[in-house]
Design a protein around this ligand. Structure first.
Ligand SMILES: Cc1cc2nc3c(=O)[nH]c(=O)nc-3n(C[C@H](O)[C@H](O)[C@H](O)COP(=O)(O)OP(=O)(O)OC[C@H]3O[C@@H](n4cnc5c(N)ncnc54)[C@H](O)[C@@H]3O)c2cc1C
Ligand code: FES
Ligand code: FES
Length: 493
């Protein structure tokens, strides 16, 4: 175990030590650290909670194929030890050594995309990450890339034009020319675990599952984190001083994905964006839900294990995982056990994960082609918003038009994501018709007592839940209202 965080900034290796009572602390965010340096004040703090994108920076890491993978992240949600082994790129780094603007910066100038100085650096970094990944992005890809960058003044048209106009700007830039050197520099950083103790606070970043379980045994009360998009808010918004943290983001084994004929397996630290990329090729209901999960900067850090770990009643993966019959893999000192998602969720933000265990993966079975699964998210705006109500439905309709197995899973309707069991039983063996669905909708109202809050009243939530079921029926039943369409899975954000 080492106690120095090593990363690349301004093209050079930086060794960052932590001392008791000194600065930075282990929960200092990357944003705070960068703004404490003389040459990186372009990165701005707007909200400190992942909502505005003013703090966007780009991280580069070896991609496993000899190149580098670039992703935009919100630096306000990144605890400093999480940058170990990565290159940090800020807006100040984009000009080339001769002082010329980077292609995305020039496109912003040409298209009059530069508006206020607060948001523009973050916008530029999001577009930079996009152009390091795609040479000629389509409009919807540009829009997706900047969905996490809020502008409250003149709007997005000129920014989108800049994103479209910067074609090829990522391919021949100075980062491309220097990629080999940076790649080797990053690989020279030891991947051993980190253990940092400063002023009574302990930050452990193990490199293996075994080390993480050891840390868990030694400190059962330590806060476990993976992407920290949920946990970081405890520090940045609630000003909590977390005495001990076990950070799983450095465990390569937890970032693995596997596919078999029977199932998809995602390690707990696979990011939501990586899950979405895979799901687009085989789990469309999940891919559709993840397309409206946070923003690109959030999806690039947030993990599937973390989403399950929050056990939030509005966790967006959870209703879909329930409908897909997914299982959560838990690893502890006694070995490995697997639980259906519903058994994993024991109450409001409570899971069945024991204090000597970790969530190590999520297994999602492939769905037979005669079963239809669709997912829906209703929120106050399409992008970067949390659910008011979410739902995922699964139905198999027999050749004679009757329901043979239904799962109706809802988020935002109770203290945890829950199935409407009585309505599911009601549907069993009944014809999949408008009449049946009308009766099911009436019964659904008795199954939940949703809360009333700023996002929606109880009666609004109940009406949304009923109408989502109707929508599902309308989308999946044939013209005569009797037979389900034969599509295996459907998507709906
Ligand atoms: C701006 C913003 C937008 C968001 N939008 C959405 C959204 O649209 N939909 C949505 O569902 N969520 C959203 N979230 C919430 C959050 O991003 C997700 O819940 C995310 O998946 C959490 O993953 P993480 O790895 O960052 O979690 P972390 O913060 O690392 O952990 C979350 C919880 O899970 C526990 N945990 C994490 N990993 C493990 C593990 N391997 N074993 C045991 N326990 C573990 C932690 O102890 C903690 O309690 C948003 C958050 C922000 C800040
Ligand atoms: S400061 Fe708003 S997203 Fe980070
Ligand atoms: S660019 Fe800052 S509010 Fe529009």
């Amino acid at each position: 175990m080492q106690s120095t965080v090593l990363f690349v900034l301004d093209g050079q290796l930086v060794r960052l030590g932590f001392s008791p009572g000194g600065y930075p602390h282990v929960t200092t965010t990357l944003l705070q650290y960068l703004r404490s340096l003389p040459g990186h004040r372009g990165v701005k703090e707007g909200c400190a909670e992942g909502d505005c994108g003013a703090c966007t920076v780009v991280l580069a890491e070896p991609d496993g194929d000899g190149g580098l993978r670039y992703r935009a992240v919100d630096s306000c949600l990144f605890f400093l030890p999480m940058i170990h082994g990565k290159q940090v790129i800020t807006v100040e780094n984009l000009r080339d050594p001769s002082g010329n603007l980077h292609g995305v910066q020039q496109a912003m100038v040409d298209e009059f995309g530069s508006q206020c100085g607060f948001c523009t650096p973050g916008v530029v970094m999001s577009l930079f990450a996009l152009h390091k990944t795609l040479s000629a992005p389509k409009r919807e890809q540009v829009v997706d890339a900047i969905a996490g960058n809020l502008c409250r003044c003149t709007g997005y048209r000129s920014i989108i034009d800049a994103g479209l106009g910067a074609v090829g700007s990522g391919a021949g830039d100075q980062f491309h020319a220097d990629a080999g050197r940076i790649h080797d520099l990053l690989l020279s950083i030891p991947r051993d675990g980190l253990m940092i103790e400063t002023g009574g606070r302990r930050y452990s970043r193990p490199s293996t599952i075994e080390e993480a379980l050891d840390a868990r045994r030694r400190e059962p009360d330590a806060v476990v984190l993976c992407g920290a998009t949920d946990t970081a808010l405890r520090v940045t918004k609630n000003h909590e001083e977390i005495p001990s943290i076990i950070d799983l983001s450095g465990i390569a084994a937890l970032r693995a994905q596997r596919r078999t004929d029977a199932a998809f397996f995602f390690g707990a630290a696979v990011t939501i964006q990586e899950v979405m990329d895979t799901a687009e090729k085989g789990i469309p209901s999940l891919a559709g839900m993840l397309a409206v999960f946070g923003s690109r900067q959030i999806r690039n850090i947030a993990t599937i294990g973390g989403n399950v770990g929050t056990a939030s009643p509005i966790g967006d993966t959870l209703p879909v995982l329930v409908a897909l019959g997914a299982e959560i893999e838990l690893t502890g000192s006694h070995g490995v056990r697997r639980l259906p998602v519903e058994e994993m969720l024991t109450g409001y933000r409570r899971t069945a994960c024991r204090s000597d265990e970790l969530i190590t993966g999520v297994s999602i079975p492939r769905i037979p082609s005669d079963i239809t699964v669709r997912a829906y998210k209703v929120s106050r705006r399409a992008d970067l918003d949390i659910s008011t109500v979410s739902a995922a439905f699964r139905v198999r309709v027999d050749g004679d038009g009757t329901v043979d197995g239904a799962i109706l899973a809802f988020g935002g309707m109770a203290e945890k994501v829950r199935r409407a069991r009585s309505t599911e039983e009601f549907l069993q063996g009944r014809p999949w018709t408008r009449e049946t669905v009308d009766k099911a909708m009436a019964g659904l109202s008795d199954e939940f007592r949703p809360l009333c809050d700023v996002r929606g009243s109880a009666s609004f939530r109940a009406a949304v839940a009923r109408n989502l079921l109707l929508k599902f029926w309308a989308e999946t039943a044939g013209a005569n209202g009797q037979r389900a369409v034969a599509s295996a899975e459907g998507v709906h954000g």
